[in-house]
Design a protein around this ligand. Structure first.
Ligand SMILES: Nc1ncnc2c1ncn2[C@@H]1O[C@H](COP(=O)(O)OP(=O)(O)OP(=O)(O)O)[C@@H](O)[C@H]1O
Ligand SMILES: O=C(CO)[C@H](O)[C@H](O)COP(=O)(O)O
Length: 400
């Protein structure tokens, strides 16, 4: 028989089964379980997807309040269309769906609710408070084209709510505390990102959000950061060694002894040799560059802007690092910086600047956090397109 399409299915059922396709190209698996010589009929069905349509899976790791949601909004915008919670579902769902992407929050795999964690004396960052077996099974199923009933962790009540249906999207983003913690889940990722926010900056952002917007006291914010720190250091932070791209956010070096945390030094650390991903570079690939773009073409007020680029090693991996210290006065002038960056994977000249202007009101739009999140968004779109193209090519070869 000539092969016309390659399907990917995962089957885990008892013996005595036979397979058949229905008209929607779904593979139906019929099984018979045998009990004490008497056979009881049982029917299982598996939806299989053609290999070219398999979901691409992206992992985004960071501590709470470190800009994951903002990054997700920038990423989904690159693919077009707005991301919204599942229609008609739980109003406290953490999931966001757009035409191309589904973003699920890994908090939904907490195995202990708020009371359970309190009783056991564990934080949500502790692996014992999370169900990695289920996380692995469900991410794998989605990647293989199978819809799942994913639990919901309700941040309003602190309880585990009834599950919601997640259908396989073109791109699945798993964001949260532990996307790279469990090796089985890690191996399912086509690309991974870690947002590495230094303690000083994390503190400044937490104060800004939790004090101004949520009415928490300074003491309670400090106490919450301190309480999480041991588990953060043990279980969250080490994941960055596995990331394909890390966005590191540090206090500026342009203002001596700055403790305001408003001006940021941001580093985009990009692993070399990752399939379908080629790092962005400034001026000349592989060279070590230091660049102060302020002057005739870029307006800079104190303390100015400084870029740096060059090769480095990160946890033993060869990487390229692009760095920006300082902030833009006028976002439209970013086009000048963009014109000196290469390998951006943009579809047209000025796309980075256009995206940044479009979301000028998002946090970090005037500094390296917004710039590098936008660039990583474009790289993910490119990675997705390359994966789809290479699968289509493989299918063509299989057909021939
Ligand atoms: N690039 C940035 N520059 C300045 N502040 C930022 C930046 N990114 C995030 N913040 C601040 O941090 C807060 C949290 O951001 P965001 O909601 O994107 O993080 P999160 O990781 O999704 O948080 P959580 O997991 O708690 O929902 C924002 O309200 C904002 O105050
Ligand atoms: O680290 C977190 C990730 O968002 C949360 O603290 C964790 O999910 C527990 O949530 P809550 O504080 O709402 O019970």
């Amino acid at each position: 028989m000539a092969v016309s399409t390659v399907y990917t299915c995962s089957i885990s059922t008892p013996t005595k089964s036979h397979l058949g396709f229905n008209q929607k190209h779904q593979l139906i698996l019929y099984t018979k379980s045998v009990n004490n010589g008497k056979s009881g009929g049982r029917r299982s069905s598996i939806t299989c997807s053609a290999a070219a349509e398999k979901t691409v899976v992206i992992g985004l790791a960071a501590d709470s309040g470190c800009g994951k949601s903002t990054f997700m909004r920038r990423l989904t915008s690159v693919f077009g269309g707005a991301a919204e919670p599942p229609k008609g579902g739980n109003p406290d769902s953490n999931t966001l769906i757009s035409d191309m992407t589904t973003v699920i929050c890994l908090d939904d795999y907490h195995s202990l609710d708020r009371t359970g964690r309190k009783e056991k004396g564990v934080t949500a960052l502790d692996p014992r408070a999370n169900n990695f077996d289920l996380m692995y099974e469900q991410v794998k199923a989605i990647k293989d084209g199978v819809a799942v009933e994913k639990p919901i962790y309700n941040h309003v009540t602190g309880l585990l709510d009834p599950p919601e249906l997640i259908k396989p999207p073109k791109i699945l983003v798993i964001e949260g505390l532990h996307p790279m913690f469990d090796q089985r889940v890690r191996d399912l990722l086509d690309f991974s990102i870690y947002l590495d926010i230094s303690n000083e900056v994390k503190f400044a952002w937490k104060i800004q959000r939790d004090m101004a917007e949520r009415g928490h006291s300074l003491e309670s914010i400090k106490a919450s950061i301190e309480a999480r720190k041991p588990d953060f250091d043990a279980y969250i932070d080490p994941q960055k060694q596995h990331a394909d791209a890390v966005i590191e956010v540090l206090p500026t070096q342009l203002i001596p002894d700055d403790n305001e945390g408003k001006v940021l030094r941001v580093r985009l650390i990009m692993k070399e040799g990752v399939k379908h991903f080629s790092p962005v570079y400034l001026f000349d690939e592989g060279s070590t560059i230091s660049w102060i773009p302020c002057g005739r073409k870029l307006t800079c007020s104190y303390p100015g802007i400084k870029f740096a680029y060059g090769p480095d090693t990160y946890f033993g991996h060869e990487v390229s690092v692009l760095e920006m210290d300082g902030q833009f006065d006028r976002l439209d002038e970013l086009i000048y910086v963009e014109s000196h960056l290469s390998n951006l994977s943009s579809k047209f000249y000025g796309e980075v600047t256009q995206q940044m202007l479009k979301h000028g009101d998002f946090p970090g739009s005037n500094n390296g956090t917004g710039l590098f999140q936008t660039i990583v968004g474009l790289k993910i779109r490119d990675l997705y397109e390359q994966i789809v193209a290479s699968r289509a090519e493989a299918l063509q070869t299989a057909k021939a």
